[in-house]
Design a protein around this ligand. Structure first.
Ligand SMILES: *Cc1c(COP(=O)(O)O)cnc(C)c1O
Length: 424
């Protein structure tokens, strides 16, 4: 038996894994067409036909809405902007509580703060790592106005139950599907399962245009509010005849024609970029199942997982080796394995010190807020257990990973698993 690389043996893998490349001739051609047209953006922040942007932006939005089977798609310059706009469109204001996940990219929780809302962290499900419906219920108060749900790692959240809870309590639900384009839930597209859904087109997502995002909704009212927030709403409302002025302070969240042209090409490739992820993940799950102390990702019934990230749970008691040492041994074998994903968001300094906007602690200290803030360690035990103890993750499934690459990953896991006595 080969000696573990961490102890000086030969590593299973000594060359880098393939990069994820989705940009090709199609995108190049699309960009050149935009440049030849000389129209790089056409948005105008006044009530005019150009309020909705140029031809490529509007084409992307039509294509996106059709692809995902939803009434409206509103392009923006990032999913972060999209989340901010969705919170604004939902009418969130100072002191309103928004239930969020602590185990996600920072913006999906922090979006609530931008309108003075108070992020209230619910815990996650220990199998899908998405918000737990039971924990959401425990966090609801008379001040709760919205829930921001995240389809984390590409697995859709338990949306049937969550939408039911929302209906009971008259809450707006925003689905952050940045990591889940191409995932399905009970036959429906992830991202279209809530009142508004947000996709990312950032370069490390499944499809991208450098930076960008799209918000989708079936509501005409939300769509209009998203468009106003995207593009200087306050100066548009009068001529457009908009009477609800809540959160109509506009931003510039506009996408350029170049990004839209690239995104249109990327959308055509989405299925061909998701299918290999699923195939790769299913291979890894098959081959890694049964290794002591490792639990491959769960896929709930009637769910198609998008496998943005391949995650496993690790049990140090079963192996006798800490997660830190186990992961280090795998990295020594040439496998870029991560530990814990992000720190629970409420442990960030901004929440711990209650300082967001200005020196006075707004919105945490907003006098109209009558609730009790809780950002203490221990608030979300499942999230903390995943972050500090159990979760392992890797960017193992993207298109371009060949069978040999996947076999190397499997081989390294088996090698380290078989030789844990060398690590103890
Ligand atoms: C990447 C990501 C975002 C932010 O996307 P940007 O387009 O980079 O702003 C939001 N939420 C989740 C879950 C993400 O993974």
């Amino acid at each position: 038996m080969a000696k573990l690389a961490i102890n000086g043996g030969a590593p299973v893998r000594s060359t880098p894994f393939p990069q994820y490349v989705t940009i090709g001739e199609e995108e190049k051609r699309a960009v050149m067409e935009v440049l030849d047209s000389t129209v790089l953006s056409k948005f105008l922040g006044t009530w005019s036909p150009d309020f909705y942007g140029g031809p490529r932006v509007q084409k992307l939005e039509r294509e996106w809405a059709e692809y995902f089977g939803i009434r409206h798609a509103v392009s923006v310059n990032s999913a972060t902007s999209g989340l901010y706009a969705a919170v604004g469109a939902a009418g969130i204001g100072p002191g309103d509580e928004v239930i969020v996940s602590p185990y996600t990219m920072t913006a999906s929780a922090t979006a609530a703060l931008v309108y003075g809302g108070i992020p209230v962290f619910a815990d996650i499900d220990p199998e899908t790592f998405c918000l737990s419906p039971a924990s959401i219920r425990e966090r609801i108060t008379p001040r709760t106005k919205a829930i921001i749900v995240v389809d984390i790692f590409g697995h859709p959240a338990e949306m049937n139950e969550i939408m039911q809870i929302a209906r009971e309590h008259h809450l707006v639900v925003i689905e952050d599907a940045a990591q889940a384009p191409g995932a399905h839930y009970h036959g429906r597209n992830a991202g279209t399962l809530a009142d508004m859904g947000v996709f990312s087109l950032n370069y490390h997502k499944t499809i991208h245009c450098g930076e960008g995002g799209v918000v989708v909704t079936n509501s005409d009212e939300f769509a209009e509010r998203l468009q106003l927030i995207r593009n200087h709403g306050e100066v548009v409302v009068k001529k457009k005849g908009v009477t609800n002025l809540v959160n109509m302070v506009g931003f510039n969240y506009r996408m350029t024609e170049i990004e839209a042209a690239i995104a249109s090409e990327q959308l055509k490739k989405l299925e061909s970029l998701v299918a290999p992820r699923i195939e790769a993940a299913e291979f890894l799950t098959r081959e890694l199942s049964g290794l002591p102390g490792l639990t491959p990702p769960t896929v709930r019934p009637n769910v198609r997982h998008g496998y943005y990230i391949y995650v496993m749970k690790y049990d140090a008691l079963a192996t006798g080796v800490s997660r830190e040492v186990f992961a280090k041994a795998l990295r020594a074998e040439g496998i870029p394995l991560g530990e814990g994903y992000v720190e629970p968001i409420y442990l960030q300094p901004m929440y711990q010190q209650r300082i967001a906007f200005g020196k006075g602690g707004f919105p945490f200290t907003y006098p109209g807020y009558q609730g009790v803030l809780n950002y203490e360690k221990g608030l979300c035990p499942v999230t903390e257990r995943m972050h500090f103890k159990e979760l392992l993750h890797g960017d193992f499934c993207h298109a371009g990973m060949m069978r040999q690459d996947l076999e190397d990953i499997v081989c390294a896991f088996r090698k380290v698993s078989k030789n844990t006595s060398e690590l103890a």
